[in-house]
Design a protein around this ligand. Structure first.
Ligand code: SAH
Length: 262
């Protein structure tokens, strides 16, 4: 009798690879990477974490940085579904935390719609790495009662973030603003935020947080774009806005340093 058999379903795990330093991977992430037969890897993931993968694991790079040629999101999602249906243990390795920007939510929704359960392993999101690398807390009893993670880069065609409102809310509620994907839009962010926040509000911009290539600048909000240009900060970078980045003398000295370094 000719009986066709379908392989048992594999598994799918969205794994946060953290901000870059491979030592910031969680133990759970390491275990998931070790168990994977297929890894779909974003370009913000430090390749060093792939050292944990099995030698026979299939590693597919599906990076898609803003403005660069990229693997379409729909293709990545299709690949995940097909591999799980083939019985593979799929790990979707994403920079930082899988559920902070980076479209992890869309991937999980797609898998669930295809009847495939998906588990998620947290990673340290780059905002946290950026702040701790500067020794800056994102909340503080004196300076910040909360923190807001915002994207500087809205979905194409979507309504632009109201930066004036974001600034005004941060001021009224004593919130730190942490902006992902904001460097290329810095002039618009600066103009909008300045309508809601004082010019002298401290800012920090951190590129490549937690990596050997990490670089940063601190200064005042009204010099955000100038600071980015002076230090030639590029993506991936995090912008932190708020009084947690304080110490005016220190800021001025560091800004001076940025100017002379440029
Ligand atoms: N899921 C990721 C964010 C993906 S969106 C996370 O949790 O960190 C991509 C943006 O994240 C980048 O444009 C940049 O703003 C930020 N980012 C990622 N890694 C970074 C790093 N090492 N240093 C600074 N910013 C980083």
């Amino acid at each position: 009798m000719n009986k066709t058999t379908t392989p048992p379903l594999g598994t799918c795990t969205l794994v946060g690879a953290g901000p870059g330093d491979p030592e910031l991977l969680t133990l759970k992430a390491v275990k998931a990477i070790q168990a994977a037969t297929v890894l779909l890897v974003d370009d913000l993931v430090n390749p060093e974490v792939l050292a944990w993968a099995r030698p026979d694991a299939r590693i597919v790079h599906v990076g898609k940085r803003g403005g660069c040629k990229s693997t379409p999101q729909a293709f990545i999602e299709k690949l995940m579904v097909m591999a799980v249906r083939d019985g593979e243990h799929v790990v979707r390795l994403k920079g930082g935390d899988p559920f902070i920007f980076g479209r992890g939510g869309e991937e999980v929704e797609h898998l669930r719609a295809a009847g495939i359960p998906c588990s998620v392993v947290n990673g340290i999101t780059s905002a946290l790495a950026a702040a701790s690398s500067l020794g800056v807390p994102l909340t503080h009893r004196e300076h910040a009662r909360g923190v807001v993670f915002l994207t500087g880069h809205a979905k194409p065609g979507a309504e632009e973030t109201d930066w004036e409102q974001a600034g005004a809310s941060a001021r009224a509620l004593k919130l730190t603003l942490v902006i992902y994907m904001g460097v290329r839009e810095a002039d618009r962010l600066q103009a909008g935020l300045l309508k809601g926040l004082p010019s002298a509000t401290p800012v920090a911009i951190v590129q490549d947080a937690s990596r050997a290539t990490q670089t940063y600048c601190t200064g005042r909000l009204d010099r955000l774009t100038a600071l980015i240009e002076a230090k030639k900060i590029a993506s991936p970078a995090i912008i932190v806005v708020g009084d947690v980045v304080h110490g005016v003398a220190q800021l001025a000295a560091q800004e001076q340093e940025c100017r002379t370094a440029s």
